[in-house]
Design a protein around this ligand. Structure first.
Ligand code: ATP
Ligand code: MG
Length: 233
């Protein structure tokens, strides 16, 4: 059994619904999952069950109500719940990649730079960062004539591929993938399947949400069906 890279224990999260008279809407109630290095776990289950919420809690975008989120960072487990912001930033910079369904657009920044930025943040020198960013954009079939343009005007599928290039270029040991192929054609879906398999091969631990069944079957070591029992009562 290889080492645990991500350990979610008793994660609970609800949202206050202002429209419902400040009522708390429970989403996750005691969700647990452990992912080993080199393993890809797919979260499945009906829309609204809380799949994206699990990823957003792990990435530090949502604050959990209860539970523990431990990730292997710089060779040792660290607790993310209640972690100081500098630690969350360090984990994002060196350890944890996240592909959201939509690119968070950075205005006026050219595509090549959008992809190179996390590499530069991690201390890679400019030349090497741009070479690696270009190689990743090339693999994802973004033509080089687009590299100098900001992705704001790109098609949905092009934006998603820039987003993927940005998250996959640094070779993070942990990856969170929220419907990474939703806007892609068959050819590009196949490229993403290859990239995910390569990440698994080099030992990355991944949690993914894949609506596309063939993609899920091609990359997931196991599928976790989320349902009523994950829900808070
Ligand atoms: N920021 C938020 N504020 C209020 N409610 C939220 C927020 N984020 C998520 N929710 C609610 O939490 C529930 C779970 O949302 P989540 O996005 O995790 O679902 P999902 O399983 O990813 O669904 P889908 O398959 O449609 O993407 C939904 O009912 C959603 O409305
Ligand atoms: Mg979702």
């Amino acid at each position: 059994m290889s080492e645990t890279a991500i350990e979610i224990d008793g994660l609970s999260k609800g949202f206050v619904r202002h429209a419902a008279g400040e009522r708390q809407l429970p989403v996750l109630g005691g969700f647990s999952l452990a992912v080993a290095a080199g393993e890809c776990v797919a979260l499945a289950g009906p829309s609204g069950v809380g799949k994206s919420t699990v990823l957003r809690c792990l990435y530090g975008s949502y604050r959990p109500d209860a539970g523990s989120l431990r990730v292997r960072h710089d060779g040792a487990p660290v607790e993310l719940v209640g972690a100081p912001p500098w630690l969350v930033r360090a984990v994002r910079r060196r350890t944890l990649g996240y592909v959201s369904q939509f690119l968070r657009l950075i205005p006026r920044v050219p595509a090549l730079r959008v992809v190179a930025e996390p590499l530069l943040d991690a201390g890679v020198i400019e030349d090497a960062a741009e070479r690696r960013a270009g190689a990743m954009l090339e693999r994802l079939n973004i033509p080089s004539r687009l590299w100098d343009l900001p992705p704001a005007t790109f098609s949905g599928g092009e934006q998603q591929r820039v987003n993927l290039a940005r998250a996959l270029a640094p070779a993070y040991p942990l990856l969170l993938l929220d419907e990474p192929t939703a806007a892609l054609d068959a050819g590009n879906r196949a490229v993403v399947v290859e990239l995910i398999r390569e990440a698994r091969q080099r030992g990355a631990a991944m949690i993914g949400i894949f609506h596309d069944r063939p993609v899920r079957d091609a990359v997931a070591d196991r599928v976790l069906e989320m349902g009523a029992h994950e829900r808070a009562a």
